[in-house]
Design a protein around this ligand. Sequence first.
Ligand SMILES: C[S@@+](CC[C@H](N)C(=O)[O-])C[C@H]1O[C@@H](n2cnc3c(N)ncnc32)[C@H](O)[C@@H]1O
Length: 201
Amino acid sequence: MAEQSIWMQKVAADPDHSTWFIERFRSMARAGDDLAGEARLVDSMVPRHARILDAGCGSGRVGGALAEAGHDVVGVDVDPALIEAAEQDHPGPRWLVGDLAELNLPSRGIPTPFDAVVCAGNVMTFLAPSTRREVLRRFRAHLAPDGRAAIGFGGGRGYEFGEFFADAAAVALEPDLLLSTWDLRPFTTDSTFLVALLRPA
Ligand SMILES: C[S@@+](CC[C@H](N)C(=O)[O-])C[C@H]1O[C@@H](n2cnc3c(N)ncnc32)[C@H](O)[C@@H]1O
């Protein structure tokens, strides 16, 4: 069994953590905030009616927007409360409770490959550190040969960008394009955020 994710450690320490997160995004949605920036980038990367895996989908804002754009979305998250919220707030996609470190969708009756994997909202920094490379390996295993993973997370959160690039290379995922924002600003050595578009090597 995989080491418990940092996210679920937070939930164990504070049972209100999931509710706080769900309400935060519900209140931003009510206020009319733009919650679909990541989805717009991913939508531009894939054909119409693509198969997209929302990895660490949370309460479903990214996968929900991609489903609204006509894609076939599967969302996976380790936190059952967030999956319940995704089902309520964004009906349509298949929302599944699961640990990305053990991701094996064919074993749950969901075929591969996917045209894209999106992993937004600092998910990589909430994984148990011992599982990061395995999670990337499983992303690659679920991707089509010409598919891509779009992975975004901030610096200063315990997962150095250099370590991430080494982990990706170790599982034969190579950079297609490196950005510092989801609205396409370039990644530089000074960037404090990374959006990595990775392809199977
Ligand atoms: C800050 S939230 C982001 C949620 C969503 N991607 C978004 O951008 O709205 C981080 C998410 O990572 C998920 N997560 C962390 N470790 C995970 C793991 N090992 N397997 C699946 N999900 C995980 C958490 O449950 C949480 O939903």
